[in-house]
Design a protein around this ligand. Structure first.
Ligand SMILES: *[C@@H]1O[C@H](CO)[C@@H](O)[C@H](O)[C@H]1NC(C)=O
Ligand SMILES: *[C@@H]1O[C@H](CO)[C@@H](O)[C@H](O)[C@H]1NC(C)=O
Ligand SMILES: *[C@@H]1O[C@H](CO)[C@@H](O)[C@H](O)[C@H]1NC(C)=O
Ligand SMILES: *[C@@H]1O[C@H](CO)[C@@H](O)[C@H](O)[C@H]1NC(C)=O
Ligand SMILES: *[C@@H]1O[C@H](CO)[C@@H](O)[C@H](O)[C@H]1NC(C)=O
Length: 383
């Protein structure tokens, strides 16, 4: 063993030397690496301190403001002021169907009523509506879908209708394009998070009460107002198309006036529906009259429980025929307007109430001067 030891002593020494050289080299390398990192850190820290010193001493307000197009505050998001939007129907509806998961609003939300006018041409009775809305800013929004009109539609700058026309498409009365226009109006109105109730009106509609009365009736209502009833015969179940089966069955088929009033939750459901709407788009053609059947059927099928099944817009069908009575200036008297305001008794939030209708149609522009003279007095408009 000893011999073995002696014999190996020389190479052993060399080995030890080699090991120490390697260790030394290793140390050197490590030192070098550590030093490099350390120096880097130092220089970085130096930079950092310089930077923080310079920002600490500067006033934040003195920093240059972002360019105006970059200022996107909450205000612009929750209360869009522009109604003209370069969106396709599909894009608009997708955007409008979004619901915040956080239910508490981080802003002071005064609920508004969205007045949506579905018109052929301009809002003929706008001077009356201007009087009606006067003094109630912040409690309503206006949207106009006007078909059959060039894009140069204008309203005077002092009118509440000024700049409130949404991108509109042609509407054929009684066709699905009418329902598409209603969805377009609802989607535009939903973009404003303060809109809580949504009422559809035509260019021949008038209000029957002053703004405060209508506002409180709608805002405090627990129910939606989509007229819906089952009717036998050719103008009721006779318009059902068997190809709609089984999505819509004949006993689920409903009829009602297109002039609805609904809350935000239902409005979101209406624009988001594709199941029933596509069936109507495909099969409610010709003498089917989608505008009188789609909402009454959809709402009673899916959201019937909170529907009053009546409309808030008065119309007179008593003379028969396909069109209701039109009113001219000779019809507009004090007694006539009073009669419309308190005609019968209706259920409101589960109780009997004297007010059944808040709006009435169909009034011609010919009736405007008398309406302007009588309505503000009878309905106690502001001033
Ligand atoms: C604007 O509308 C009027 C009628 O409403 C029409 O006569 C005129 O040609 C239109 N102008 C343009 C530029 O479309
Ligand atoms: C009818 O409803 C309105 C709106 O809420 C209310 O102000 C009025 O007192 C009600 N009338 C009756 C007779 O209940
Ligand atoms: C609706 O009917 C018309 C003819 O009456 C037809 O040209 C059109 O293609 C139909 N539309 C649909 C979606 O079936
Ligand atoms: C309206 O009709 C639906 C059925 O479609 C029903 O569930 C609901 O109770 C009705 N509403 C009222 C106020 O009667
Ligand atoms: C609205 O009309 C009611 C009666 O219908 C009246 O009591 C109220 O004062 C009117 N509101 C305004 C703001 O004039």
């Amino acid at each position: 063993m000893k011999n073995n030891n002696n014999q190996n002593s020389l190479p052993r020494l060399q080995l030890a030397n080699l090991v120490s050289v390697i260790i030394f080299f290793g140390f050197g390398l490590c030192f070098g690496i550590i030093l490099t990192f350390h120096l880097k850190n130092v220089s970085f820290n130096l930079h950092f301190t310089q930077l923080s010193i310079s920002t600490d001493t500067d006033d934040i307000a003195a920093m240059p403001p972002p360019p105006p197009e970059m200022k996107i505050g909450l205000e612009k998001y929750i209360r869009p002021t522009e109604v003209m939007r370069d969106l396709s129907d599909e894009e608009l509806i997708w955007r409008a169907s979004m619901v915040p998961k956080v239910t508490r609003y981080p802003f002071d939300r005064t609920p508004k009523v969205a007045f949506m006018f579905l018109t052929r041409g301009s809002v003929l009775l706008s001077p009356l509506w201007d009087r009606f809305f006067k003094g109630h800013d912040g409690l309503f929004s206006i949207y106009v879908h006007s078909s059959g009109l060039s894009s140069n539609w204008t309203q005077p700058e002092d009118s509440v209708f000024h700049g409130r026309r949404i991108p509109s498409k042609n509407v054929e009365w009684g066709k699905v394009s009418m329902v598409e226009a209603e969805r377009r109006l609802l989607a535009n109105a939903l973009l404003d998070f303060s809109n809580q109730r949504f009422v559809l009106l035509s260019e021949s509609c008038i209000p029957l009460f002053n703004f405060s009365t209508i506002y409180s009736y709608l805002i405090n209502s627990d129910y939606n107002y989509v007229e819906s009833y089952d009717l036998a015969g050719p103008v009721g179940r006779g318009r059902y198309n068997w190809k709609m089966h089984p999505t819509v069955k004949i006993n689920e088929w409903r009829k009602g006036s297109q002039w609805f009033e609904m809350n935000r939750d239902l409005a979101i459901e209406v624009i988001s529906d594709s199941t029933y709407f596509h069936v109507f788009q495909d099969y409610c053609n010709g003498s089917c009259y989608a505008d009188e059947h789609y909402l009454p059927t959809f709402v009673s099928l899916r959201f019937g429980k909170m529907n009053s099944n009546r409309t808030l817009t008065y119309v007179d069908w008593s003379k028969g025929g396909p069109h209701p009575s039109r009113y001219t200036r000779y019809d507009v008297t004090r007694d006539f307007l009073e009669k419309l305001r308190g005609e019968r008794s209706c259920e409101y939030n589960g109780r009997s109430n004297q007010t059944c209708h808040l709006f009435a149609r169909k009034f011609t522009p010919h009736a405007l001067d008398r309406l302007l003279r009588l309505a503000p007095k009878i309905m106690q408009f502001n001033q």
